[in-house]
Design a protein around this ligand. Structure first.
Ligand SMILES: C[S@@+](CC[C@H](N)C(=O)[O-])C[C@H]1O[C@@H](n2cnc3c(N)ncnc32)[C@H](O)[C@@H]1O
Length: 353
C-alpha cells in the first residue's frame, strides 16, 4: 500500500543499521507504530518473534494477518460453501475462497451509499472515492466476510486474512491522489477498472506473534522485547483522517459520517505524536517505560521534534547514536510543489542500560 511514512523502501537501511548495533541475542522485535506492517513483516521473515501495534483498526487488520498469521489457513468450515475447497491443497484454499468472493454480485451497502456517486447523487454531499461497481463489490465482499464470521464458518485467522486482502485490494482502486483526505472529481484510470480481490501474502514463521490495536503509550507498559522500533507520525497530519475510508471498510460499523469527505468521528484516535505541544511529553513517557534492550526511532529532518530533543530523551536511557539517509519525499499530491524533493531520514538509537 502507498502509505504515508511507509518504510518499504528503507527496509535494508533499517536492517543494516540495526545489525551494526544489536548483539546476536535478540529474538523479539517490536514494531509499535506498525502502519502497513512492512517493517514487522520484514523482521518476521528474518525469523524474529514480532510484537506489533497501531492505533488504527485497518492497520490492526493488516498486521493481525501479516504478523500474527504464521501457519497455513485451512478454511475447513467452508467446504460446503466453496466448490472444490475440500479437495484442494491447503496452500490453494485461500486462493479459492478469494475467487469465490471475487465472483459475488455487487450490493449497494454502506460504502456504495456514502462513498460512490451512485449512492450519494441525491444527498447533500456527492462523493466519488470509488466507482459505483467497486463500491458495491466492496460492500458485497465485506458483508460476506462478516456473515461467515458471525456464523463461525471462518476462524479469527481466516477472518483477518480476508479483511486484509480486501483492505489492500480496494485501496488500489481508490479515486484519490493518494490519501483519503479528498477524492478526485473525475474517475482516474486505475479507479475505473473493476476491483480484483487479491489474496494477501501469508508469511510462514515458527514463532507466536502478538498484535495490538491501542495507543502506543498504553501498550508499552504491557510488553517486553529485545528491539523496539518506533516509526511515529512526523507531522500534524492525522492518519485517522487520511485513511478514514479504509478504517470504515475494516470496521464496517456504519458510522455517522459528515462533510465533503464523509469523515467519521476520530476523537479517540487523535495521535499526540501529531501535536506540536504534546509530542515531546508522550515520547519521553514512551521511552522511559520501554522494557527492551535497544530502541530505534525513524524520524526526519522536518518532524515536530528536533534532533536535539530526541537525543536528550533517548540518551537518558543509555548509549545514544544516529544513522542518516537521504530519502525521496512522500508525495500525497503529485501535482503540488514541495519545499524539497529529498528529506533526510534519521535512525536514532539507544542501547539501553
Ligand atoms: C509513519 S506511520 C508507520 C509506517 C510503517 N512503519 C510502515 O512502514 O507502514 C505511523 C503510524 O503510527 C500510527 N500511530 C499514530 N499515533 C499512534 C499512537 N499514539 N499509538 C499507536 N499508533 C499510532 C499511525 O496510525 C500510523 O499507522
Amino acid at each position: 500500500m502507498n502509505y504515508i511514512g511507509s518504510k518499504l523502501s528503507l527496509l535494508e537501511f533499517l536492517e543494516e543499521s540495526i545489525n551494526k548495533v544489536v548483539k546476536k541475542d535478540c529474538n523479539v522485535f517490536c514494531d509499535l507504530f506498525a502502519g502497513t506492517g512492512a517493517v514487522g513483516s520484514y523482521f518476521k521473515r528474518k525469523g524474529y518473534k514480532v510484537i506489533s501495534n497501531d492505533i488504527q483498526y485497518y492497520s490492526y487488520v493488516l498486521n493481525r494477518h501479516y504478523i500474527k498469521n504464521h501457519q497455513p489457513l485451512e478454511f475447513k468450515k467452508l467446504f460446503d460453501v466453496v466448490n472444490g475447497l475440500e479437495k484442494s491443497s491447503v496452500s490453494d484454499r485461500s486462493i479459492l475462497v478469494v475467487e469465490y468472493l471475487n465472483n459475488l454480485k455487487g450490493q449497494k451497502g454502506f460504502i456504495f451509499n456514502n462513498y460512490c456517486l451512485g449512492g450519494t447523487k441525491n444527498k447533500a454531499e456527492q462523493r466519488m472515492y470509488f466507482s459505483d461497481e467497486n463500491g458495491a463489490k466492496c460492500d458485497a465482499i465485506r458483508k460476506k466476510i462478516e456473515e461467515w464470521n458471525s456464523a463461525s464458518l471462518i476462524n479469527g485467522n481466516e477472518y483477518y486474512f480476508l479483511l486484509a486482502s480486501l483492505v489492500e485490494s480496494i485501496d488500489k482502486y481508490a479515486n484519490t491522489a493518494s490519501v483519503y483526505g479528498a477524492f478526485l472529481k473525475q474517475l482516474k484510470k486505475s479507479a475505473q477498472k473493476l476491483m480484483v480481490l487479491q489474496p494477501a501474502e501469508l508469511i510462514i514463521n515458527e514463532q507466536d506473534h502478538e498484535v495490538y490495536n491501542e495507543d502506543i503509550n498504553s501498550v508499552i507498559g504491557k510488553i517486553k522485547g529485545d528491539i523496539l522500533y518506533l516509526d511515529p507520525p512526523y507531522n500534524q497530519r492525522q492518519y485517522a483522517t487520511n485513511y478514514h475510508v479504509l478504517e470504515t471498510i475494516a470496521k464496517y460499523d456504519k458510522p455517522k459520517v459528515h462533510g465533503k469527505t464523509g469523515l467519521r468521528d476520530y476523537s479517540k484516535q487523535k495521535s499526540l505524536y501529531c501535536s506540536r505541544n504534546q509530542v515531546k511529553k508522550s515520547f519521553k513517557d514512551l521511552i522511559d517505560n520501554a522494557k527492551v534492550k535497544y530502541i530505534f526511532l525513524s524520524y526526519n529532518n522536518e518532524g515536530l521534534m528536533s534532533a536535539d530533543d530526541i537525543k536528550e530523551i533517548m540518551g537518558a536511557r543509555g548509549k545514544y547514536g544516529v544513522f542518516t539517509k537521504e530519502y525521496s519525499r512522500f508525495k500525497a499530491d503529485k501535482n503540488r510543489e514541495y519545499k524539497a524533493e529529498k528529506t533526510v531520514e534519521y535512525l536514532h538509537y539507544v542501547v539501553c542500560r
